[in-house]
Design a protein around this ligand. Sequence first.
Ligand SMILES: Nc1ncnc2c1ncn2[C@@H]1O[C@H](COP(=O)(O)OP(=O)(O)OP(=O)(O)O)[C@@H](O)[C@H]1O
Length: 264
Amino acid sequence: MNLLEFQNVSFSYAENQILRDVSLSIRRGQLVAIMGGSGSGKTTLLKLIGGQLQAQQGAVWLDGQNVGQLNEHDLYQMRRKLGMLFQFGALFTDLSVFDNVAFPLRERTQLPESMIKDLVLMKLEAVGLRGAAQQMPHELSGGMARRVALARAIALDPAVMLYDEPFTGLDPISLATVGKLIRELNDALGTASIVVTHDVAESLAIVDYVYFLADGCVVAEGTPAEVKASTHPFVQQFIHARPDGPLPFHKPAVPYAEQLGLTC
Ligand SMILES: Nc1ncnc2c1ncn2[C@@H]1O[C@H](COP(=O)(O)OP(=O)(O)OP(=O)(O)O)[C@@H](O)[C@H]1O
């Protein structure tokens, strides 16, 4: 069953078309990476899932609901099914680790404190940080803070998890730990997860499927094994980190001499 589906989605900011006829689907228990160069529309795609933006054409389906058609109340309810971990996943600096993870439970549910305590400790145990429950965010390493943010993101047992650059700024060991946790939590919770990332090696090691976005279109897709064997020029450029290729180094510009006001 598809928990998340994009059907021929197109999206523009005014005249600027960002996504063109994008179709993709993610089943329960599947972990999918979206890769693409800067400005290719990855974050826009996540915002369409969260309902912060609406597609001008096509539809985004989340757990059987057409996100773009929901009214404010239904959108609010729908967001309970979503867990999000954004770049640097900021914690509330004046709250302890425990209170950070408890925050969504206190905000979004009527559960008694005794149950909230059990749930928070369970989530912290899942990310290996039950022992840090009483620490403050400034006492954590970057990798630990990311794991606490992950525990907070899964506090409400989301059906779909969205990760926007979850590996940014982490040392290699923390990066591998967070990657492994993303995979394990996805499998344990039976969620559908999307990881938007530039981190090719780490994501190919953990995901089931990859979509490559360029210029707002899905230009290639496949399992990690298919991606590694692909001869598609864009995939080659991306996974071998080549500065030039189908994605040009230079943004299109007027001729240099013209811009400098030179005549010859
Ligand atoms: N609010 C906005 N108004 C107008 N244009 C925007 C807005 N937000 C983003 N854009 C443009 O949309 C395009 C896609 O942006 P998006 O953030 O989705 O890219 P991305 O693939 O996530 O990039 P990066 O990897 O650099 O984060 C970019 O060209 C960006 O300049």
